[in-house]
Structures are given as C-alpha cells and as structure tokens.
Design a protein around this ligand. Structure first.
Ligand SMILES: NC(=O)c1ccc[n+]([C@@H]2O[C@H](COP(=O)([O-])OP(=O)(O)OC[C@H]3O[C@@H](n4cnc5c(N)ncnc54)[C@H](O)[C@@H]3O)[C@@H](O)[C@H]2O)c1
Ligand SMILES: O=P(O)(O)OC[C@H](O)CO
Length: 341
C-alpha cells in the first residue's frame, strides 16, 4: 500500500481519514493545532469538527508537517480553498518527486481565479495534481454511509491511483478526465446551495428549491463550458449530484448559512457564529467576476452576490429573479428549433 497522509483535520479531512483507515494500515492526519492532535489521539473523537464519529486506532494525528509529508506517495489536501496555496507552499520542501497531491477543497482562488489543481501545479510542479469531489458530507462519509465520488487528474494513472486509494466498501470512487468540470461543479454548487438556504429561510417551498437547482446547474454549466469543461460532467456526481446534496442536506454549511440570511440575519452576524468554512461566500464573488469576464449570464449567482455583498433584501432578489425577461429553457440550443409560423 502507498504511503499516504491527510493534511487538514477539519470535518472533511477527519472523515477521509476514517475512510482511508479501511484501506491503509497506518494513516497520518495532520492538524496545525498540537492540542487538538493530543486530544484526538487520546479520545479518538474530533469533537470540534466531526462529533459522534469514532476515529479508528490506525489513524494518528500529528502537528509535525515534515513527518506528515515526507516520503509519502500520496497526500490529500483538505483545507479551505483560500488556504490551499499557502499550504502547498508549506509542504513543498518535504514532498518527493511524483507524489500525487489530491485537492479535496471546493473553491476558486480569489483574484487569480485559479482552480485548486492549478495552484498545486504552480506550487508543486514536481508532483501530480488530482481532485476529489462529489456529493459527500463528512457527517455521512465519516459514519460509513454508502456514498459515491469522483477523482480527476490529467493523467489516467494518477486518477486511478487516487481512485484505488479511496475506494472502500462504503465509498465508491469514479474517475473522470475532465478536471475543469469536476473542480468547477464542486466550487459553484455552493452558491446555489446558499440560494436554496435563503429560499428556505424565506419560507418558500419545494418548487422553489427544484427551480433553483435546475436553473442553478444550467448557469454552472454555462460558465463551466465557457471555461473549457465537458458539459456531461455537470450531469454527474461532481455536478448535479453534489448540487442536489448541498441544496437539500441538513449537513450543508452553505445551505444553513443561506437559511439564516433568508430569516433576516446579516452575513457578518452569521459568519461570526460559524467555526467551519462555508466556501460559497468567497466563491460567489469570484464566480460573479468570472461571469462578467466570460460574458456568461448567471442570474442566481448575480442575485446571491447582491444579497451577500450589496445588502440586497433576499425577497427583492427573488422578485428580480422571477421577473427577468422571458427566455427559452435551453436558450443556447433550442431557440432556432421551432417550426415556422
Ligand atoms: N465538510 C464536508 O462535508 C466537505 C465535503 C467535501 C468537501 N469539503 C471541502 O473540504 C474543504 C475543507 O472543508 P472542511 O469541511 O474540512 O472544513 P472545516 O471548516 O470543517 O475544517 C477546516 C480545517 O482546516 C483548518 N485550517 C483552516 N485554515 C487553515 C490554514 N490557514 N492552514 C491550515 N489549516 C487550516 C482548520 O483548522 C480545520 O481543521 C472545503 O473546501 C470544503 O468545501 C467539505
Ligand atoms: O457543508 P457544505 O455546504 O460545505 O458542503 C459540503 C460538501 O461540499 C457536500 O458535498
């Protein structure tokens, strides 16, 4: 078995360590907090980030980054997306050539607009970058609830090595060569989940959520295609699959944040009460900027941006979405397919 470690002991890093413990005799899980490492090594529970999940005895927590990274064949990077570049720089001196570094974060870098694997390629050019993304809440993966996910990399061997690493009785892993689509699906669905939460907070119904999810995947795909993704990827686990789970699950932080906004709280107030990352906030701004750069219409993202950053009343945002000019459902494809009058 390959020598592996997980960098980042938040909810997702801890759940992935539980998964890897099925396949690997020893799993190293790195956290920057020594005290947390000591506590988890003693209690076998990550109370702050994944309460109620027992961490198997073959998972060892370490705060020593060199120990975690050196001599490893594969590393999973499971930190918030805005910290991925810094983390990649920190691990760079300890990584050996050809190490497979798997990004498990769902976000885009602010200002550079880079995807996580692009950052890894820049900061760790001697390694192979891959991404793991899909409809996977840590609270369920950590409890061995059957789930499926996708890994993607430029080289098939790299994707298959990552697939073998994470495939267990409880987690089914698919490969997909469309790195751009897999990363964009995972990042952009968080914006729509914020919107679904807002709709719930406003007291709207299942029809509203279905409309948001369906029109949401449409605008995600529009931007994704403009950025070079394969449209089919958005019909898969890392696209519509992840969108569905994040828009509907009680575990979603992005959705929960949206609910509070819909109930009338201010963004700063909600963020102050959260200790876990809700990637959708930063991603909304980045996607809003990207939509303008690429000349792509993203009405839900646009209204999410207005609510988050322009203090727009969520109800007014919904009215503006409903009252947009009329359009075809599949506007780019169907408009010339009607019979002539
Ligand atoms: N939680 C999930 O169910 C889930 C599932 C799939 C993907 N993800 C993605 O995984 C990534 C991590 O999410 P999470 O749920 O584990 O977040 P989290 O908030 O639960 O934990 C984040 C972890 O990163 C650490 N961290 C924060 N800033 C850091 C820094 N500057 N350097 C090093 N470590 C730092 C924190 O201490 C914490 O251990 C996100 O991009 C998220 O979208 C999460
Ligand atoms: O809890 P969220 O909203 O960050 O979503 C977590 C995962 O991305 C779901 O696949």
């Amino acid at each position: 078995m390959n020598k592996t470690a997980i960098i980042g002991a938040g909810s997702w890093g801890t759940a992935l360590a539980v998964t890897l413990a099925e396949n690997c005799p020893n799993v190293l899980l790195w956290s920057r907090r020594k005290e947390l490492c000591r506590t988890i090594n003693e209690t076998r529970v990550n109370q702050d980030y994944l309460p109620g999940v027992t961490i198997p005895s073959n998972v060892t927590l370490t705060a020593d980054l060199e120990e975690a990274v050196q001599q490893k064949d594969m590393l999973a990077l499971v930190v918030p997306s805005h910290t991925v570049r810094d983390m990649a720089r920190q691990i760079a001196p300890y990584t050996k050539k050809e190490t497979i570094v798997i990004s498990c974060a769902k976000g885009l870098e602010e200002k550079t607009y880079q995807r996580m694997t692009q950052i890894l390629q820049e900061e760790l050019p001697h390694c192979h970058a891959a991404v793991l993304s899909g409809p996977n809440h840590a609270e369920e993966v950590g409890r061995n609830i059957p789930s499926a996910t996708v890994v993607s990399a430029q080289k098939r061997q790299v994707a298959e090595a990552a697939q073998d690493l994470f495939m267990t009785r409880f987690l089914r892993v698919y490969t997909n060569p469309d790195v751009v689509g897999v990363e964009l699906g995972g990042a952009l669905k968080n914006i729509i989940a914020l919107g679904a939460g807002i709709a719930d907070g406003l007291g709207f119904g299942d029809n509203t959520i279905a409309a948001l999810m369906t029109r949401g995947i449409s605008e995600i795909a529009r931007l994704g295609i403009a950025m070079g993704a394969d449209p089919l990827t958005f019909a898969g686990l890392s696209g519509i699959g992840d969108l569905m789970v994040t828009c509907t699950s009680r575990h979603s932080r992005n959705r929960s944040l949206g609910v509070e906004l819909g109930k009338g709280k201010k963004l700063s107030e909600v963020l102050a009460g959260m200790h876990m990352v809700a990637e959708g906030v930063r991603t909304t701004r980045t996607a809003w900027e990207l939509a303008q750069q690429y000349g792509v219409e993203m009405p839900i993202t646009n209204q999410a941006y207005n609510v988050l950053f322009e203090e727009k009343d969520p109800r007014a945002a919904v009215v503006d979405l409903m009252r947009r000019g009329r359009t075809h459902e599949t506007e780019d494809i169907v408009s010339d397919k009607y019979e002539t009058w």
